[in-house]
Design a protein around this ligand. Structure first.
Ligand code: PLP
Length: 355
């Protein structure tokens, strides 16, 4: 098949390797990996690869993605709080959901009773990041109320960090979280199966030995896909940081003055651009733009390239300092951070190629 661009390549061997490596890391603490598939919109081939690599559970923030994954035989969780408008789909396509509102949980319970279905509930606790979760003082009373809902089963507590408040979990906050777990198990006479203690942001606590015992699951997206752990942003020892690469083709090559000519109004995105006089610059235009990728998170593989900017459909590069001489039709490749990769997966204009 002819190669088409722009194109995202997905290195399947590296993805499988990363999945297995993360499972191994978590095994040390008897933790199961819930592979988070929202980055790649629940792509069935990629999810199946993760299941074949040993993942026991899949989590996604979007019910549409879980619907796409319906034929993959593994436990599935909706990891964003369910909306009242999607409860029928939730019960049909997810075994578990993360929750914080008793009103929603009651609605799920009622739906299950009415339709003779089952659903498992994880109660989210806000331990400081201030996104989802009940406040600490309400954990016990909410758990009590959930236990009274006959259509659902309370299977554990969950916590999330590093998303809204940017709070990093530590030994102290995780131990307080586990105290809630122990109190509820004891007082309500429950044995939790899903103590879902965090995300890629918690992996460093495993090798630093600071993650308390008893957590049964971590919800992992970034570390499997980008090979990084969140706290320090480094590629984890033994993992690949280059599973994904973005490739775009050169459609113009010209030397132009660094400063535009004429009166400057607003650019394509309503901003007034500012240019520094830098003389004539050797530039490339690539056939890719903001409709395809968030430019901020890109790093050219050729480190001498400078990304000058872009519009909806064009990316402008300064290649004046480059040793390599570029020509029309050449391919320029990029590494991406999480946000850029997410945008690429969401662009239907970017071809996806497994290698
Ligand atoms: C996206 C998400 C995760 C996964 O986070 P990573 O940093 O990609 O590992 C975990 N939990 C929740 C609730 C999420 O929305």
């Amino acid at each position: 098949m002819k190669d088409r661009y722009p194109c995202l390549t997905i290195d399947t061997q590296k993805l499988i390797h990363n999945t297995k490596a993360v499972i191994e890391i978590c095994k040390k603490n008897n933790i199961k990996v819930m592979a988070v598939t929202k980055l790649f919109q629940g792509n069935t081939r990629m999810a199946q690869m993760m299941v074949d690599s040993g993942v026991e559970c899949i989590g996604d923030a979007r019910i549409q993605n879980l619907i796409r994954l319906k034929d993959i035989k593994v436990e599935k969780a909706l990891i964003r709080l369910p909306m009242l408008s999607e409860i029928d789909l939730l019960v049909e396509y997810a075994d578990i959901s993360l929750n914080s509102e008793i009103e929603t949980i009651r609605a799920i319970s009622d739906y299950c009773l009415e339709h003779d279905k089952k659903h498992k509930i994880v109660l989210m606790v806000d331990m400081g990041d201030r996104r989802e979760g009940v406040n600490e003082e309400d954990v016990f009373s909410t758990a009590q109320q959930i236990a009274e809902c006959k259509g659902v089963e309370l299977v554990g507590l969950g916590v999330n960090f590093g998303c809204f408040g940017g709070v990093v979990p530590d030994k102290e906050s995780m131990e307080s979280f586990m105290n809630h777990v122990e109190t509820i198990e004891e007082k309500l006479n429950l044995k939790f199966t899903h103590i879902t203690g965090g995300s890629s942001l918690h992996l460093h606590m495993i090798w630093e030995g600071s993650l308390p015992e008893g957590i049964t699951h971590l919800r992992i997206g970034q570390s499997i896909n980008l090979g990084v752990e969140d706290k320090y942003g480094d590629v984890i020892d033994g993992l690949y940081g280059d599973v994904y690469k973005l490739h775009a083709q050169v459609i113009e090559k010209k030397t132009k003055p660094s400063v535009p000519k004429g009166q400057i109004g607003i650019d394509a995105f309503g901003n007034v651009p500012v240019f520094k006089e830098r003389g004539n610059l050797k530039r490339l235009i690539l056939g890719i733009g903001r409709q395809d990728v968030l430019l901020d998170g890109l790093t050219p593989e050729d480190r001498e390239i400078e990304i000058m900017g872009g519009s909806s459909d064009h990316m402008i590069l300064n290649v004046t300092p480059c040793t390599k001489e570029y020509s029309i039709g050449d391919i320029v490749s990029f590494e991406m951070n999480y946000s850029s990769l997410l945008s690429v997966f969401n662009s239907e204009y970017v071809y996806k190629r497994f290698i």
